[in-house]
Ligand binder design. Structure first.
Ligand code: TYD
Ligand code: MG
Length: 457
Protein backbone atom coordinates (compact mmCIF):
# COMPACT_ATOMS: atom_id res chain seq x y z
CA UNK A 1 0.00 0.00 0.00
CA UNK A 2 1.25 3.45 -0.85
CA UNK A 3 2.53 5.49 2.05
CA UNK A 4 0.00 8.06 3.24
CA UNK A 5 1.42 11.54 2.83
CA UNK A 6 0.03 14.53 4.55
CA UNK A 7 0.04 18.17 3.63
CA UNK A 8 -1.06 21.30 5.48
CA UNK A 9 -3.76 23.04 3.50
CA UNK A 10 -5.26 26.51 3.96
CA UNK A 11 -9.02 26.51 4.53
CA UNK A 12 -9.23 29.99 3.03
CA UNK A 13 -7.28 29.81 -0.24
CA UNK A 14 -6.55 26.09 -0.57
CA UNK A 15 -2.78 26.69 -0.73
CA UNK A 16 -0.52 23.88 0.50
CA UNK A 17 2.45 23.88 2.81
CA UNK A 18 4.69 20.94 3.75
CA UNK A 19 4.77 21.85 7.43
CA UNK A 20 2.40 23.58 9.82
CA UNK A 21 2.78 27.33 10.06
CA UNK A 22 0.80 29.96 11.92
CA UNK A 23 0.29 31.93 8.75
CA UNK A 24 -0.64 30.64 5.30
CA UNK A 25 2.32 31.24 2.95
CA UNK A 26 -0.06 31.64 -0.03
CA UNK A 27 -2.69 34.11 1.18
CA UNK A 28 -1.25 35.38 4.46
CA UNK A 29 -4.29 34.44 6.60
CA UNK A 30 -3.57 33.39 10.19
CA UNK A 31 -4.46 30.01 11.71
CA UNK A 32 -6.01 28.57 8.57
CA UNK A 33 -3.67 25.63 7.89
CA UNK A 34 -5.08 22.18 8.66
CA UNK A 35 -3.37 18.83 8.19
CA UNK A 36 -4.79 16.67 5.41
CA UNK A 37 -4.03 13.49 3.55
CA UNK A 38 -2.45 14.34 0.23
CA UNK A 39 -4.50 12.91 -2.60
CA UNK A 40 -2.58 11.20 -5.37
CA UNK A 41 -3.64 12.39 -8.84
CA UNK A 42 -6.57 10.24 -9.70
CA UNK A 43 -7.05 8.41 -12.96
CA UNK A 44 -9.54 10.41 -15.03
CA UNK A 45 -13.09 9.32 -14.33
CA UNK A 46 -15.57 8.47 -17.08
CA UNK A 47 -16.90 12.02 -16.72
CA UNK A 48 -13.51 13.46 -17.62
CA UNK A 49 -13.36 11.26 -20.70
CA UNK A 50 -16.41 12.81 -22.39
CA UNK A 51 -15.99 13.31 -26.14
CA UNK A 52 -13.47 16.07 -26.93
CA UNK A 53 -14.84 19.37 -28.17
CA UNK A 54 -14.66 20.15 -31.88
CA UNK A 55 -13.50 23.60 -33.06
CA UNK A 56 -16.25 25.61 -34.80
CA UNK A 57 -16.31 29.08 -36.40
CA UNK A 58 -17.16 31.65 -33.74
CA UNK A 59 -20.33 32.68 -35.58
CA UNK A 60 -21.66 29.12 -35.33
CA UNK A 61 -21.42 28.91 -31.55
CA UNK A 62 -24.97 28.51 -30.26
CA UNK A 63 -25.53 30.94 -27.42
CA UNK A 64 -29.27 30.35 -27.07
CA UNK A 65 -28.79 27.23 -24.97
CA UNK A 66 -26.58 29.25 -22.59
CA UNK A 67 -29.12 31.98 -22.02
CA UNK A 68 -30.11 32.64 -18.41
CA UNK A 69 -33.54 31.29 -17.50
CA UNK A 70 -35.62 33.00 -14.79
CA UNK A 71 -36.05 31.09 -11.54
CA UNK A 72 -39.35 32.79 -10.82
CA UNK A 73 -37.97 34.49 -7.71
CA UNK A 74 -37.65 38.04 -9.04
CA UNK A 75 -35.09 39.27 -6.52
CA UNK A 76 -32.85 36.25 -7.13
CA UNK A 77 -33.14 36.75 -10.89
CA UNK A 78 -32.20 40.40 -10.44
CA UNK A 79 -28.88 39.41 -8.82
CA UNK A 80 -28.25 36.71 -11.42
CA UNK A 81 -28.92 39.10 -14.29
CA UNK A 82 -32.01 37.23 -15.47
CA UNK A 83 -31.76 33.78 -13.99
CA UNK A 84 -29.71 30.58 -14.00
CA UNK A 85 -27.64 29.43 -16.96
CA UNK A 86 -27.90 25.72 -17.90
CA UNK A 87 -24.58 23.97 -17.32
CA UNK A 88 -23.45 26.51 -14.74
CA UNK A 89 -22.54 26.06 -11.10
CA UNK A 90 -23.60 28.60 -8.50
CA UNK A 91 -22.38 28.61 -4.93
CA UNK A 92 -24.74 30.10 -2.36
CA UNK A 93 -22.79 31.00 0.77
CA UNK A 94 -24.04 32.27 4.08
CA UNK A 95 -24.00 31.72 7.80
CA UNK A 96 -26.01 28.85 9.25
CA UNK A 97 -29.66 29.74 9.84
CA UNK A 98 -29.74 32.70 7.48
CA UNK A 99 -32.16 30.98 5.07
CA UNK A 100 -30.13 29.29 2.31
CA UNK A 101 -32.14 26.07 2.35
CA UNK A 102 -35.37 28.07 2.32
CA UNK A 103 -34.27 30.23 -0.62
CA UNK A 104 -33.19 27.28 -2.74
CA UNK A 105 -36.24 25.20 -1.91
CA UNK A 106 -38.42 28.13 -2.96
CA UNK A 107 -36.42 28.53 -6.18
CA UNK A 108 -36.76 24.82 -7.01
CA UNK A 109 -40.46 24.95 -6.16
CA UNK A 110 -41.01 27.86 -8.53
CA UNK A 111 -38.96 26.19 -11.29
CA UNK A 112 -40.78 22.88 -10.86
CA UNK A 113 -44.14 24.64 -10.93
CA UNK A 114 -43.05 26.15 -14.26
CA UNK A 115 -42.42 22.65 -15.64
CA UNK A 116 -38.69 22.07 -14.98
CA UNK A 117 -37.32 18.86 -13.49
CA UNK A 118 -35.67 19.63 -10.17
CA UNK A 119 -33.63 17.50 -7.79
CA UNK A 120 -32.75 18.50 -4.25
CA UNK A 121 -29.91 16.52 -2.69
CA UNK A 122 -30.28 16.90 1.04
CA UNK A 123 -27.05 15.97 2.78
CA UNK A 124 -27.73 17.66 6.09
CA UNK A 125 -31.41 17.44 6.83
CA UNK A 126 -33.68 14.42 6.45
CA UNK A 127 -36.20 14.24 3.61
CA UNK A 128 -38.91 14.62 6.27
CA UNK A 129 -37.46 17.90 7.47
CA UNK A 130 -37.34 19.20 3.91
CA UNK A 131 -40.90 18.04 3.30
CA UNK A 132 -42.08 19.86 6.44
CA UNK A 133 -40.38 23.04 5.26
CA UNK A 134 -41.98 22.58 1.84
CA UNK A 135 -45.40 22.27 3.50
CA UNK A 136 -44.80 25.54 5.31
CA UNK A 137 -43.91 27.12 1.97
CA UNK A 138 -46.89 25.55 0.17
CA UNK A 139 -44.59 23.58 -2.13
CA UNK A 140 -45.20 20.02 -0.95
CA UNK A 141 -47.57 19.14 -3.78
CA UNK A 142 -45.49 20.49 -6.67
CA UNK A 143 -44.85 18.09 -9.55
CA UNK A 144 -41.30 17.71 -10.78
CA UNK A 145 -39.53 18.38 -7.47
CA UNK A 146 -37.52 15.34 -6.36
CA UNK A 147 -35.77 14.77 -3.08
CA UNK A 148 -32.90 12.48 -2.25
CA UNK A 149 -31.02 12.11 0.97
CA UNK A 150 -27.39 11.40 0.08
CA UNK A 151 -23.92 12.28 1.29
CA UNK A 152 -21.76 10.17 -1.04
CA UNK A 153 -20.97 11.27 -4.58
CA UNK A 154 -21.79 7.91 -6.23
CA UNK A 155 -25.26 8.05 -4.64
CA UNK A 156 -25.74 11.62 -5.78
CA UNK A 157 -24.74 10.69 -9.32
CA UNK A 158 -27.11 7.70 -9.31
CA UNK A 159 -29.96 10.04 -8.29
CA UNK A 160 -29.03 12.46 -11.09
CA UNK A 161 -29.03 9.55 -13.57
CA UNK A 162 -32.49 8.57 -12.41
CA UNK A 163 -34.16 11.99 -12.24
CA UNK A 164 -32.25 13.70 -15.11
CA UNK A 165 -32.86 17.13 -13.59
CA UNK A 166 -32.66 20.52 -15.27
CA UNK A 167 -31.84 22.04 -11.86
CA UNK A 168 -29.86 20.45 -9.07
CA UNK A 169 -29.44 21.76 -5.53
CA UNK A 170 -26.85 20.23 -3.20
CA UNK A 171 -27.40 21.20 0.43
CA UNK A 172 -24.58 21.43 1.42
CA UNK A 173 -21.28 20.96 -0.43
CA UNK A 174 -19.49 20.54 2.92
CA UNK A 175 -21.47 17.44 3.78
CA UNK A 176 -21.05 15.49 0.54
CA UNK A 177 -17.94 13.37 0.12
CA UNK A 178 -16.32 11.15 -2.45
CA UNK A 179 -15.31 7.82 -0.88
CA UNK A 180 -12.52 7.47 -3.47
CA UNK A 181 -10.67 10.23 -1.68
CA UNK A 182 -8.92 9.48 1.57
CA UNK A 183 -9.63 12.82 3.21
CA UNK A 184 -12.35 13.35 5.77
CA UNK A 185 -15.75 14.75 4.69
CA UNK A 186 -15.72 18.52 5.01
CA UNK A 187 -11.97 18.78 4.47
CA UNK A 188 -10.63 21.22 1.93
CA UNK A 189 -9.62 18.45 -0.48
CA UNK A 190 -13.07 16.80 -0.32
CA UNK A 191 -14.99 20.01 -0.75
CA UNK A 192 -12.85 21.12 -3.67
CA UNK A 193 -12.85 17.74 -5.45
CA UNK A 194 -16.61 17.30 -5.05
CA UNK A 195 -17.17 20.80 -6.38
CA UNK A 196 -14.99 19.91 -9.40
CA UNK A 197 -17.15 16.85 -9.98
CA UNK A 198 -20.31 18.98 -9.90
CA UNK A 199 -18.77 21.37 -12.43
CA UNK A 200 -18.19 18.42 -14.76
CA UNK A 201 -21.69 17.08 -14.19
CA UNK A 202 -23.15 20.51 -14.93
CA UNK A 203 -21.15 20.94 -18.15
CA UNK A 204 -21.68 17.40 -19.40
CA UNK A 205 -25.42 17.32 -18.79
CA UNK A 206 -26.46 20.95 -19.09
CA UNK A 207 -27.79 20.97 -15.51
CA UNK A 208 -27.82 24.23 -13.59
CA UNK A 209 -26.24 23.30 -10.25
CA UNK A 210 -26.63 25.25 -7.02
CA UNK A 211 -24.32 24.39 -4.14
CA UNK A 212 -25.00 25.52 -0.60
CA UNK A 213 -21.85 26.47 1.31
CA UNK A 214 -21.66 27.36 4.97
CA UNK A 215 -19.36 30.09 6.13
CA UNK A 216 -18.51 30.08 9.78
CA UNK A 217 -16.79 32.95 11.44
CA UNK A 218 -14.35 30.53 13.06
CA UNK A 219 -13.59 28.90 9.72
CA UNK A 220 -13.78 25.38 11.12
CA UNK A 221 -15.47 24.00 8.00
CA UNK A 222 -13.63 24.28 4.73
CA UNK A 223 -14.56 27.81 3.76
CA UNK A 224 -16.29 28.43 0.44
CA UNK A 225 -13.37 30.67 -0.45
CA UNK A 226 -11.57 27.63 -1.85
CA UNK A 227 -14.57 27.01 -4.12
CA UNK A 228 -14.74 30.47 -5.59
CA UNK A 229 -12.27 29.63 -8.36
CA UNK A 230 -14.11 26.46 -9.28
CA UNK A 231 -17.67 27.72 -9.72
CA UNK A 232 -19.18 30.19 -12.20
CA UNK A 233 -21.12 32.28 -9.73
CA UNK A 234 -20.78 33.00 -6.03
CA UNK A 235 -23.79 34.42 -4.25
CA UNK A 236 -23.69 35.52 -0.67
CA UNK A 237 -26.82 35.46 1.39
CA UNK A 238 -26.62 37.94 4.24
CA UNK A 239 -28.70 39.52 6.92
CA UNK A 240 -28.97 39.83 10.63
CA UNK A 241 -30.74 36.93 12.17
CA UNK A 242 -32.90 39.06 14.44
CA UNK A 243 -33.98 41.19 11.47
CA UNK A 244 -36.32 39.83 8.81
CA UNK A 245 -34.35 41.45 6.01
CA UNK A 246 -32.15 39.24 3.82
CA UNK A 247 -29.80 40.38 1.08
CA UNK A 248 -28.38 38.44 -1.84
CA UNK A 249 -25.29 39.71 -3.64
CA UNK A 250 -23.05 38.23 -6.30
CA UNK A 251 -19.40 38.15 -5.28
CA UNK A 252 -18.47 36.60 -8.63
CA UNK A 253 -20.60 36.14 -11.73
CA UNK A 254 -19.29 34.82 -15.04
CA UNK A 255 -22.53 35.65 -16.84
CA UNK A 256 -23.18 39.21 -15.76
CA UNK A 257 -22.50 42.06 -13.39
CA UNK A 258 -21.93 41.69 -9.67
CA UNK A 259 -23.49 45.03 -8.81
CA UNK A 260 -27.09 44.06 -8.14
CA UNK A 261 -28.61 43.54 -4.71
CA UNK A 262 -31.57 41.23 -4.13
CA UNK A 263 -33.79 41.93 -1.14
CA UNK A 264 -36.06 39.52 0.69
CA UNK A 265 -37.98 39.47 3.91
CA UNK A 266 -38.15 36.24 5.91
CA UNK A 267 -41.71 35.68 7.03
CA UNK A 268 -44.03 32.92 8.22
CA UNK A 269 -44.29 31.50 4.71
CA UNK A 270 -40.68 31.83 3.67
CA UNK A 271 -38.84 34.53 1.80
CA UNK A 272 -40.82 37.28 0.12
CA UNK A 273 -39.08 39.54 -2.41
CA UNK A 274 -38.96 43.27 -1.72
CA UNK A 275 -39.03 44.85 -5.18
CA UNK A 276 -39.80 48.38 -3.96
CA UNK A 277 -36.91 48.89 -1.60
CA UNK A 278 -36.45 52.65 -2.02
CA UNK A 279 -37.59 53.64 1.44
CA UNK A 280 -37.21 50.32 3.20
CA UNK A 281 -34.47 51.53 5.49
CA UNK A 282 -36.07 54.79 6.50
CA UNK A 283 -39.09 53.39 8.33
CA UNK A 284 -37.74 53.94 11.84
CA UNK A 285 -36.08 57.28 11.21
CA UNK A 286 -36.55 59.90 13.92
CA UNK A 287 -36.87 63.53 12.94
CA UNK A 288 -34.58 66.28 14.22
CA UNK A 289 -31.68 64.14 15.46
CA UNK A 290 -28.17 65.53 15.08
CA UNK A 291 -25.79 63.23 13.19
CA UNK A 292 -28.43 61.72 10.90
CA UNK A 293 -28.22 62.20 7.12
CA UNK A 294 -30.05 60.37 4.33
CA UNK A 295 -28.10 59.47 1.20
CA UNK A 296 -29.58 58.21 -2.06
CA UNK A 297 -27.21 55.35 -2.98
CA UNK A 298 -27.28 53.08 -6.01
CA UNK A 299 -27.37 49.33 -5.55
CA UNK A 300 -26.80 48.10 -9.10
CA UNK A 301 -29.58 49.62 -11.18
CA UNK A 302 -31.75 50.38 -8.20
CA UNK A 303 -31.69 53.53 -6.08
CA UNK A 304 -31.86 52.90 -2.35
CA UNK A 305 -32.18 55.56 0.32
CA UNK A 306 -30.24 54.85 3.49
CA UNK A 307 -29.75 56.73 6.71
CA UNK A 308 -26.26 57.36 8.03
CA UNK A 309 -25.81 58.08 11.71
CA UNK A 310 -22.80 59.57 13.42
CA UNK A 311 -22.05 60.00 17.10
CA UNK A 312 -19.14 62.03 18.44
CA UNK A 313 -18.47 61.57 22.14
CA UNK A 314 -15.69 63.25 24.10
CA UNK A 315 -13.13 60.95 25.64
CA UNK A 316 -10.00 61.19 27.77
CA UNK A 317 -8.22 58.17 26.31
CA UNK A 318 -5.20 59.03 24.16
CA UNK A 319 -6.26 56.84 21.21
CA UNK A 320 -9.96 57.64 20.65
CA UNK A 321 -12.19 55.00 19.08
CA UNK A 322 -13.18 55.09 15.43
CA UNK A 323 -16.00 52.71 14.62
CA UNK A 324 -17.52 52.30 11.17
CA UNK A 325 -20.47 49.94 10.75
CA UNK A 326 -21.70 49.23 7.24
CA UNK A 327 -19.02 51.39 5.67
CA UNK A 328 -15.29 51.27 5.16
CA UNK A 329 -13.17 52.33 8.13
CA UNK A 330 -10.59 53.84 5.78
CA UNK A 331 -13.25 56.05 4.22
CA UNK A 332 -14.27 57.28 7.66
CA UNK A 333 -10.64 58.08 8.53
CA UNK A 334 -10.25 60.00 5.26
CA UNK A 335 -13.38 62.07 5.86
CA UNK A 336 -12.31 62.87 9.43
CA UNK A 337 -8.96 64.07 8.09
CA UNK A 338 -10.67 66.22 5.42
CA UNK A 339 -13.00 67.71 8.06
CA UNK A 340 -10.03 68.56 10.26
CA UNK A 341 -7.73 69.95 7.58
CA UNK A 342 -10.02 71.42 4.93
CA UNK A 343 -13.10 72.38 6.94
CA UNK A 344 -11.17 73.16 10.11
CA UNK A 345 -13.55 71.25 12.34
CA UNK A 346 -11.29 70.25 15.21
CA UNK A 347 -13.83 68.44 17.33
CA UNK A 348 -12.68 64.92 16.53
CA UNK A 349 -9.13 64.63 17.87
CA UNK A 350 -10.25 64.08 21.46
CA UNK A 351 -13.48 62.24 20.74
CA UNK A 352 -14.72 58.75 20.03
CA UNK A 353 -16.38 58.66 16.62
CA UNK A 354 -19.03 56.16 15.59
CA UNK A 355 -20.65 56.06 12.16
CA UNK A 356 -23.16 53.45 11.11
CA UNK A 357 -25.47 52.70 8.22
CA UNK A 358 -28.96 51.97 9.52
CA UNK A 359 -30.65 48.66 8.69
CA UNK A 360 -27.69 46.38 8.17
CA UNK A 361 -26.91 47.57 4.63
CA UNK A 362 -23.35 48.12 3.48
CA UNK A 363 -22.56 51.35 1.66
CA UNK A 364 -19.39 51.02 -0.37
CA UNK A 365 -19.79 53.70 -3.02
CA UNK A 366 -18.01 57.08 -2.77
CA UNK A 367 -21.35 58.83 -3.38
CA UNK A 368 -21.96 58.53 0.37
CA UNK A 369 -18.90 60.66 1.26
CA UNK A 370 -20.74 63.96 1.49
CA UNK A 371 -23.43 62.45 3.71
CA UNK A 372 -20.81 60.87 6.00
CA UNK A 373 -19.02 64.23 6.26
CA UNK A 374 -22.24 66.07 7.06
CA UNK A 375 -23.33 63.42 9.58
CA UNK A 376 -20.00 63.87 11.38
CA UNK A 377 -20.24 67.67 11.31
CA UNK A 378 -23.84 67.52 12.51
CA UNK A 379 -22.97 65.12 15.33
CA UNK A 380 -20.00 67.25 16.39
CA UNK A 381 -22.01 70.47 16.43
CA UNK A 382 -25.22 68.99 17.84
CA UNK A 383 -27.20 70.69 15.08
CA UNK A 384 -29.59 68.43 13.18
CA UNK A 385 -29.97 68.69 9.42
CA UNK A 386 -33.36 69.45 7.88
CA UNK A 387 -35.50 66.30 7.67
CA UNK A 388 -36.42 66.85 4.04
CA UNK A 389 -32.77 66.99 2.91
CA UNK A 390 -30.65 64.33 1.21
CA UNK A 391 -26.94 64.67 0.37
CA UNK A 392 -24.88 62.92 -2.26
CA UNK A 393 -21.38 63.37 -3.68
CA UNK A 394 -17.82 62.13 -3.54
CA UNK A 395 -15.27 64.02 -1.43
CA UNK A 396 -11.68 64.41 -2.65
CA UNK A 397 -8.59 64.88 -0.48
CA UNK A 398 -8.69 68.61 -1.15
CA UNK A 399 -12.19 68.74 0.30
CA UNK A 400 -13.65 69.24 -3.19
CA UNK A 401 -16.92 67.57 -4.16
CA UNK A 402 -17.13 65.35 -7.21
CA UNK A 403 -20.01 64.22 -9.29
CA UNK A 404 -21.33 60.66 -8.95
CA UNK A 405 -23.15 58.55 -11.55
CA UNK A 406 -26.96 58.40 -11.90
CA UNK A 407 -27.67 61.60 -9.95
CA UNK A 408 -31.09 62.19 -11.61
CA UNK A 409 -32.26 58.64 -10.76
CA UNK A 410 -31.12 59.02 -7.17
CA UNK A 411 -32.88 62.35 -6.77
CA UNK A 412 -36.05 61.12 -8.47
CA UNK A 413 -36.25 58.30 -5.91
CA UNK A 414 -35.59 60.76 -3.05
CA UNK A 415 -38.37 62.98 -4.38
CA UNK A 416 -40.74 60.01 -4.69
CA UNK A 417 -40.13 59.26 -1.00
CA UNK A 418 -40.93 62.81 0.08
CA UNK A 419 -37.55 64.54 0.21
CA UNK A 420 -37.68 68.06 -1.25
CA UNK A 421 -34.06 69.31 -0.99
CA UNK A 422 -30.71 67.89 -1.98
CA UNK A 423 -27.10 68.96 -1.43
CA UNK A 424 -25.12 68.00 -4.52
CA UNK A 425 -21.72 68.77 -6.13
CA UNK A 426 -21.58 71.95 -8.20
CA UNK A 427 -21.32 70.02 -11.46
CA UNK A 428 -24.43 67.89 -10.88
CA UNK A 429 -26.99 67.84 -13.72
CA UNK A 430 -30.38 69.52 -13.30
CA UNK A 431 -32.58 67.71 -10.82
CA UNK A 432 -35.91 66.07 -11.65
CA UNK A 433 -39.12 67.92 -10.78
CA UNK A 434 -40.15 68.03 -7.14
CA UNK A 435 -36.72 68.37 -5.56
CA UNK A 436 -34.63 71.52 -5.24
CA UNK A 437 -30.83 71.28 -5.24
CA UNK A 438 -28.23 73.32 -3.45
CA UNK A 439 -24.95 73.11 -5.35
CA UNK A 440 -21.75 73.18 -3.34
CA UNK A 441 -18.17 72.92 -4.56
CA UNK A 442 -16.50 71.72 -1.36
CA UNK A 443 -17.29 69.92 1.86
CA UNK A 444 -16.60 73.21 3.68
CA UNK A 445 -19.29 74.93 1.58
CA UNK A 446 -21.70 72.08 2.32
CA UNK A 447 -21.04 72.44 6.06
CA UNK A 448 -21.57 76.20 5.83
CA UNK A 449 -24.72 75.82 3.71
CA UNK A 450 -26.26 73.57 6.35
CA UNK A 451 -25.11 75.90 9.16
CA UNK A 452 -23.17 73.17 10.89
CA UNK A 453 -19.85 74.96 11.20
CA UNK A 454 -19.03 76.42 14.60
CA UNK A 455 -18.25 79.81 13.00
CA UNK A 456 -21.78 80.22 11.64
CA UNK A 457 -23.50 78.95 14.75
P1 TYD B 1 -32.82 27.79 6.71
O1 TYD B 1 -33.26 27.93 5.28
O2 TYD B 1 -32.88 26.44 7.30
O3 TYD B 1 -31.33 28.39 6.88
P2 TYD B 1 -29.92 27.80 6.40
O4 TYD B 1 -30.18 26.76 5.37
O5 TYD B 1 -29.18 29.00 5.84
O6 TYD B 1 -29.23 27.28 7.59
O7 TYD B 1 -33.74 28.83 7.52
C1 TYD B 1 -33.36 29.24 8.76
C2 TYD B 1 -34.36 30.09 9.49
O8 TYD B 1 -35.43 30.61 8.74
C3 TYD B 1 -34.96 29.30 10.60
O9 TYD B 1 -34.54 29.89 11.80
C4 TYD B 1 -36.43 29.38 10.45
C5 TYD B 1 -36.62 30.55 9.51
N1 TYD B 1 -37.79 30.38 8.64
C6 TYD B 1 -38.83 31.30 8.71
O10 TYD B 1 -38.80 32.26 9.49
N2 TYD B 1 -39.92 31.15 7.88
C7 TYD B 1 -40.01 30.12 7.00
O11 TYD B 1 -41.02 30.01 6.27
C8 TYD B 1 -38.94 29.16 6.95
C9 TYD B 1 -39.00 28.00 6.02
C10 TYD B 1 -37.84 29.33 7.78
MG1 MG C 1 -29.76 24.70 5.56
Amino acid sequence: MAKVRTVHRCTECGGASARWQGRCPSCGEWNTLVEEIEEPRRAPSTLDLAAPDRPVPIADVDVAEWAARPTGLGELDRVLGGGLVPGSVTLVGGEPGIGKSTLLLQALGALAAAGARCLLVTAEESKQQVRLRAERLGLDAVDGLWLVSATLMPHVIAAIDQVKPDYLVVDSIQTVADPELGSAPGSVAQVRECAHEFVQIAKARGVAVLLVGHVTKEGTLAGPRVLEHVVDTVLSFEGERHHALRMVRAAKHRFGSTGELGLFEMGEAGLVGVPDAGGLFLADRRAGVAGSVVVPTMEGHRPLLVELQALVAGTAIPMPRRSAQGLDGGRLALLLAVLEERVELRAFAKADVYVSVVGGVRVTEPGADLAIGLALASAASGVPLPDELVACGEVGLGGELRQVAHMPRRLAEASRLGFTRALVPASAPDPPAGIAVTRVATLAEAVAATRLSPAVR
